[in-house]
Design a protein. Structure first.
Length: 254
């Protein structure tokens, strides 16, 4: 009697949580890099724990933050393009990170052979594309104060299902300024204002409250001053009286 072999269904979560051929777990300390701009793109990383950021540097040395990375994000997906090239950006850990490093060949293999995994990866790429578009719109049309509010909400994961984190990972005002395209002094001004309005608390770590959503979703931001200055109306100008027309009869008599 022939024995039937039971096929074990591929589990993407188990694959991304374990080591194996062509994949291993790496630990990255805060401020260290997973990879750097210009290096060989030979692997993809899957963030299992921690927070990171993706930055680019121009030829003149100006650095810009493209996006924040969180648990469940892939990074370095340019490695699976047609031909392995060079990294287009730098991935730096904001906090201590744990990531699964997947070699290019293994990543391509599992994408081709396991439809459940390729579906998961495609969903991630679509979500990343939509978020990139939202970031661009935010940068083009919103004020720097609203951009800061949005970044804080994203770091607290208010855009994900479930309970938000409230306490966001440690991040400097310089990094926040880079991400929203303004100066550190402006970020400090906005942060103090958010705290006075009860949107956030911070004493070393920033705690984001749900009320900050009003700034982004409903644009409910009070004016900068609690009271408006009293305006003094200018005195009304007296109307000049029109000169009297000469009396024709009197002129005729003369």
């Amino acid at each position: 009697m022939a024995t039937l072999k039971k096929t074990i269904a591929f589990d993407p979560s188990a694959f991304l949580a374990s080591t194996g051929i062509g994949r291993r777990v790496v630990h990255v300390r805060a401020k260290d890099t997973l990879f750097t701009q210009g290096s060989k793109a030979d692997c993809v990383f899957y963030l299992q724990a921690g927070r990171a950021k993706l930055t680019v540097v121009s030829k003149k040395g100006k650095e810009a933050t493209i996006t924040l990375l969180r648990v469940g994000d892939f990074v370095g997906e340019e490695a699976i393009s047609g031909t392995a090239g060079l990294r287009l950006a730098t991935a730096t850990a904001i906090t201590n990170c744990v990531a699964l490093k997947i070699d290019r060949e293994e990543m391509i293999r599992v994408l081709h052979e396991e439809h459940s995994f390729s579906g998961l990866f495609l969903s991630f790429l679509l979500a990343r594309s939509m978020r990139t578009q939202a970031d661009l719109v935010d940068q083009l049309f919103n004020s720097s104060e609203r951009r800061l509010a949005r970044i804080l909400l994203l770091m607290a994961e208010f855009d994900k299902a479930g309970e938000p984190q409230m306490l966001i990972p440690p991040i400097t005002q310089e990094t926040l300024a880079e991400m929203i395209g303004t100066t550190r002094s402006r970020v400090s001004f906005f942060m103090n204002r958010f705290r006075k309005l009860g949107f956030i608390d911070y004493n070393g770590r920033i705690r984001v409250h749900k009320s900050l959503l009003n700034v982004v979703l409903h644009d409910r931001l009070p004016p900068a001053n609690a009271t408006q200055p009293t305006t003094v109306s200018a005195p009304e100008k007296k109307k000049r009286k029109a000169p009297k027309k000469p009396n024709r009869e009197a002129l005729a008599a003369d």
